[in-house]
Unconditional design. Structure first.
Length: 249
Protein backbone atom coordinates (compact mmCIF):
# COMPACT_ATOMS: atom_id res chain seq x y z
CA UNK A 1 0.00 0.00 0.00
CA UNK A 2 2.81 2.34 0.95
CA UNK A 3 4.58 1.72 -2.37
CA UNK A 4 1.32 2.39 -4.20
CA UNK A 5 0.91 5.74 -2.45
CA UNK A 6 4.54 6.56 -3.21
CA UNK A 7 4.01 5.86 -6.91
CA UNK A 8 0.92 8.08 -6.94
CA UNK A 9 2.85 10.94 -5.32
CA UNK A 10 5.69 10.64 -7.82
CA UNK A 11 3.21 10.56 -10.71
CA UNK A 12 1.46 13.68 -9.39
CA UNK A 13 4.79 15.48 -9.04
CA UNK A 14 5.74 14.59 -12.62
CA UNK A 15 2.40 15.82 -13.90
CA UNK A 16 2.84 19.08 -11.97
CA UNK A 17 6.30 19.60 -13.49
CA UNK A 18 5.02 18.90 -16.99
CA UNK A 19 2.11 21.31 -16.47
CA UNK A 20 4.51 24.00 -15.27
CA UNK A 21 6.81 23.55 -18.26
CA UNK A 22 3.87 23.61 -20.65
CA UNK A 23 2.50 26.82 -19.16
CA UNK A 24 5.86 28.61 -19.21
CA UNK A 25 6.96 27.20 -22.52
CA UNK A 26 10.25 25.69 -23.55
CA UNK A 27 12.88 28.29 -24.48
CA UNK A 28 14.72 26.96 -27.43
CA UNK A 29 16.97 28.80 -29.85
CA UNK A 30 17.23 27.97 -33.51
CA UNK A 31 20.74 26.95 -34.54
CA UNK A 32 22.71 29.55 -36.52
CA UNK A 33 22.56 28.74 -40.24
CA UNK A 34 25.81 27.60 -41.77
CA UNK A 35 27.38 30.24 -44.07
CA UNK A 36 27.23 29.46 -47.76
CA UNK A 37 30.36 29.10 -49.87
CA UNK A 38 29.62 32.45 -51.51
CA UNK A 39 29.36 34.13 -48.10
CA UNK A 40 32.66 32.61 -46.98
CA UNK A 41 34.38 34.01 -50.07
CA UNK A 42 33.07 37.53 -49.59
CA UNK A 43 35.45 39.81 -47.71
CA UNK A 44 36.92 43.27 -47.88
CA UNK A 45 38.98 43.84 -50.99
CA UNK A 46 42.58 44.80 -50.17
CA UNK A 47 42.25 47.66 -52.67
CA UNK A 48 39.03 49.07 -51.18
CA UNK A 49 39.35 52.68 -50.01
CA UNK A 50 38.91 53.46 -46.32
CA UNK A 51 40.00 57.10 -46.35
CA UNK A 52 41.65 59.88 -48.37
CA UNK A 53 45.13 61.26 -47.85
CA UNK A 54 45.59 64.90 -48.88
CA UNK A 55 48.91 66.51 -49.73
CA UNK A 56 49.28 70.26 -50.25
CA UNK A 57 52.13 72.71 -50.50
CA UNK A 58 52.05 76.37 -51.42
CA UNK A 59 54.97 78.71 -51.99
CA UNK A 60 55.36 82.10 -53.61
CA UNK A 61 55.98 80.33 -56.93
CA UNK A 62 53.75 77.27 -57.05
CA UNK A 63 50.68 75.58 -55.60
CA UNK A 64 50.53 71.79 -55.14
CA UNK A 65 47.36 69.89 -54.27
CA UNK A 66 47.10 66.11 -54.33
CA UNK A 67 44.91 63.38 -52.93
CA UNK A 68 45.23 59.61 -52.94
CA UNK A 69 43.28 56.78 -51.27
CA UNK A 70 44.23 54.92 -48.14
CA UNK A 71 43.12 51.32 -48.62
CA UNK A 72 42.77 48.10 -46.63
CA UNK A 73 46.26 47.16 -47.81
CA UNK A 74 49.37 49.08 -46.71
CA UNK A 75 51.16 47.78 -49.79
CA UNK A 76 48.51 49.16 -52.15
CA UNK A 77 48.39 52.47 -50.29
CA UNK A 78 52.16 52.69 -50.74
CA UNK A 79 51.76 52.31 -54.52
CA UNK A 80 49.61 55.44 -54.52
CA UNK A 81 51.79 57.33 -52.05
CA UNK A 82 54.95 56.68 -54.08
CA UNK A 83 53.24 57.68 -57.31
CA UNK A 84 52.05 61.00 -55.88
CA UNK A 85 55.42 61.74 -54.29
CA UNK A 86 57.23 60.99 -57.57
CA UNK A 87 54.90 63.33 -59.45
CA UNK A 88 55.54 66.09 -56.93
CA UNK A 89 59.31 65.55 -57.10
CA UNK A 90 59.23 65.70 -60.91
CA UNK A 91 57.12 68.87 -60.83
CA UNK A 92 59.57 70.57 -58.48
CA UNK A 93 62.50 69.52 -60.62
CA UNK A 94 60.81 70.81 -63.79
CA UNK A 95 60.07 74.14 -62.12
CA UNK A 96 63.37 74.66 -60.33
CA UNK A 97 63.98 77.60 -62.66
CA UNK A 98 61.52 79.69 -60.63
CA UNK A 99 64.22 80.23 -58.04
CA UNK A 100 65.92 82.57 -60.52
CA UNK A 101 62.83 84.78 -60.85
CA UNK A 102 62.85 87.87 -58.67
CA UNK A 103 59.10 88.49 -58.60
CA UNK A 104 56.60 85.77 -57.72
CA UNK A 105 53.96 87.65 -59.70
CA UNK A 106 55.68 86.41 -62.86
CA UNK A 107 54.75 82.80 -62.12
CA UNK A 108 51.62 80.82 -61.38
CA UNK A 109 52.70 77.20 -61.46
CA UNK A 110 50.34 74.46 -60.35
CA UNK A 111 50.15 70.72 -59.80
CA UNK A 112 46.81 69.02 -59.14
CA UNK A 113 46.49 65.27 -58.63
CA UNK A 114 43.08 63.64 -58.29
CA UNK A 115 41.71 60.15 -58.74
CA UNK A 116 38.55 58.32 -59.78
CA UNK A 117 37.45 54.86 -58.77
CA UNK A 118 35.94 52.36 -61.22
CA UNK A 119 34.63 49.10 -59.81
CA UNK A 120 33.89 45.86 -61.62
CA UNK A 121 33.08 42.28 -60.70
CA UNK A 122 36.65 41.00 -60.68
CA UNK A 123 38.79 44.15 -60.71
CA UNK A 124 38.95 47.45 -58.85
CA UNK A 125 40.50 50.35 -60.79
CA UNK A 126 41.92 53.69 -59.72
CA UNK A 127 42.48 56.40 -62.34
CA UNK A 128 44.88 59.17 -61.32
CA UNK A 129 44.66 62.44 -63.23
CA UNK A 130 47.66 64.77 -63.07
CA UNK A 131 47.24 68.32 -64.31
CA UNK A 132 50.31 70.51 -64.18
CA UNK A 133 51.39 73.88 -65.45
CA UNK A 134 55.12 74.44 -65.52
CA UNK A 135 55.16 77.40 -67.91
CA UNK A 136 54.51 77.73 -71.62
CA UNK A 137 51.41 77.95 -73.77
CA UNK A 138 49.32 75.43 -71.84
CA UNK A 139 49.48 72.84 -69.11
CA UNK A 140 50.06 69.11 -69.28
CA UNK A 141 47.55 66.39 -68.54
CA UNK A 142 48.52 62.78 -67.90
CA UNK A 143 46.72 59.81 -66.42
CA UNK A 144 47.89 56.70 -64.64
CA UNK A 145 45.79 53.68 -63.74
CA UNK A 146 46.15 51.03 -61.04
CA UNK A 147 44.03 47.89 -61.30
CA UNK A 148 43.77 45.18 -58.61
CA UNK A 149 42.13 41.77 -58.45
CA UNK A 150 40.30 40.41 -55.39
CA UNK A 151 43.55 39.16 -53.89
CA UNK A 152 45.12 42.62 -54.10
CA UNK A 153 47.45 41.80 -56.99
CA UNK A 154 48.42 44.81 -59.10
CA UNK A 155 47.52 43.84 -62.65
CA UNK A 156 49.87 44.59 -65.52
CA UNK A 157 49.04 44.62 -69.20
CA UNK A 158 50.34 41.06 -69.61
CA UNK A 159 47.88 39.82 -66.96
CA UNK A 160 44.95 40.72 -69.21
CA UNK A 161 45.73 38.25 -71.98
CA UNK A 162 45.91 34.47 -72.15
CA UNK A 163 49.33 34.55 -73.85
CA UNK A 164 50.44 37.68 -72.02
CA UNK A 165 52.17 40.28 -74.23
CA UNK A 166 52.21 37.90 -77.19
CA UNK A 167 48.54 38.82 -77.64
CA UNK A 168 49.14 42.57 -77.58
CA UNK A 169 49.31 42.95 -81.36
CA UNK A 170 45.84 41.43 -81.76
CA UNK A 171 44.46 43.76 -79.13
CA UNK A 172 46.34 46.76 -80.55
CA UNK A 173 44.78 46.17 -83.96
CA UNK A 174 41.32 46.32 -82.39
CA UNK A 175 42.15 49.59 -80.66
CA UNK A 176 43.59 51.20 -83.78
CA UNK A 177 40.51 50.19 -85.76
CA UNK A 178 38.34 52.05 -83.24
CA UNK A 179 40.65 55.06 -83.22
CA UNK A 180 40.44 55.39 -86.99
CA UNK A 181 36.70 55.93 -86.67
CA UNK A 182 37.43 59.29 -85.05
CA UNK A 183 37.97 62.28 -87.32
CA UNK A 184 40.33 63.99 -84.87
CA UNK A 185 42.83 61.12 -84.63
CA UNK A 186 46.05 61.60 -86.54
CA UNK A 187 46.59 58.39 -88.53
CA UNK A 188 50.30 59.16 -88.80
CA UNK A 189 50.57 58.95 -85.01
CA UNK A 190 48.74 55.65 -84.60
CA UNK A 191 51.68 53.27 -84.77
CA UNK A 192 53.76 55.31 -82.36
CA UNK A 193 50.92 56.06 -79.97
CA UNK A 194 48.75 52.93 -80.21
CA UNK A 195 51.02 50.31 -81.75
CA UNK A 196 51.70 47.00 -79.96
CA UNK A 197 54.14 48.44 -77.46
CA UNK A 198 53.65 47.94 -73.74
CA UNK A 199 54.27 51.62 -72.94
CA UNK A 200 51.31 52.62 -75.15
CA UNK A 201 48.88 50.64 -73.01
CA UNK A 202 49.99 51.45 -69.48
CA UNK A 203 46.71 53.18 -68.68
CA UNK A 204 43.78 50.78 -68.85
CA UNK A 205 40.59 50.07 -66.94
CA UNK A 206 39.06 46.62 -66.63
CA UNK A 207 35.26 46.75 -66.64
CA UNK A 208 32.53 44.13 -66.60
CA UNK A 209 32.22 44.69 -70.35
CA UNK A 210 35.89 44.60 -71.40
CA UNK A 211 38.90 46.92 -71.39
CA UNK A 212 39.01 50.68 -71.74
CA UNK A 213 42.33 52.12 -72.89
CA UNK A 214 43.18 55.70 -71.89
CA UNK A 215 45.16 57.91 -74.28
CA UNK A 216 46.49 61.28 -73.12
CA UNK A 217 46.77 64.42 -75.28
CA UNK A 218 49.42 64.18 -78.01
CA UNK A 219 49.49 60.37 -77.91
CA UNK A 220 47.17 59.74 -80.86
CA UNK A 221 45.72 63.20 -81.52
CA UNK A 222 46.44 66.89 -81.07
CA UNK A 223 46.23 68.59 -77.69
CA UNK A 224 42.87 70.13 -78.56
CA UNK A 225 41.28 66.67 -78.69
CA UNK A 226 41.98 66.17 -75.01
CA UNK A 227 41.83 62.72 -73.47
CA UNK A 228 40.70 59.89 -75.72
CA UNK A 229 39.29 56.68 -74.25
CA UNK A 230 38.71 53.57 -76.36
CA UNK A 231 36.59 50.69 -75.03
CA UNK A 232 36.97 47.20 -76.46
CA UNK A 233 34.23 44.72 -75.47
CA UNK A 234 35.27 41.31 -74.20
CA UNK A 235 33.43 39.66 -77.07
CA UNK A 236 35.91 41.23 -79.49
CA UNK A 237 39.00 39.71 -77.84
CA UNK A 238 37.50 36.67 -76.08
CA UNK A 239 39.98 34.30 -77.74
CA UNK A 240 42.95 36.04 -76.13
CA UNK A 241 41.32 37.22 -72.87
CA UNK A 242 42.60 35.92 -69.55
CA UNK A 243 39.68 33.79 -68.28
CA UNK A 244 40.59 34.43 -64.62
CA UNK A 245 39.80 38.12 -65.13
CA UNK A 246 37.06 38.21 -67.74
CA UNK A 247 35.17 34.94 -67.36
CA UNK A 248 35.26 34.24 -63.62
CA UNK A 249 31.97 34.66 -61.78
Amino acid sequence: MKNHKKDIIILLLCLAVLFLLASVGFKTSDPEPEPTIAELQVGPWPSAKIDDVAVSEKTEHYDINAVYPKTNSDTITTYFKNYVENQIATFKDDTSWVNDIESSSETSLTLDIKYDFVDSKNVQNYIFSVASYTGGAHGLQVRKTFSFNKEGQLLTLSNLFFNELNDLKTFSDLVKKELLKRSDVNSDWLEDGAGPKEENYQSFVVTDNGITVLFDPYQVAAYASGNIDISIPTSSFSKIANPDIFFTQ
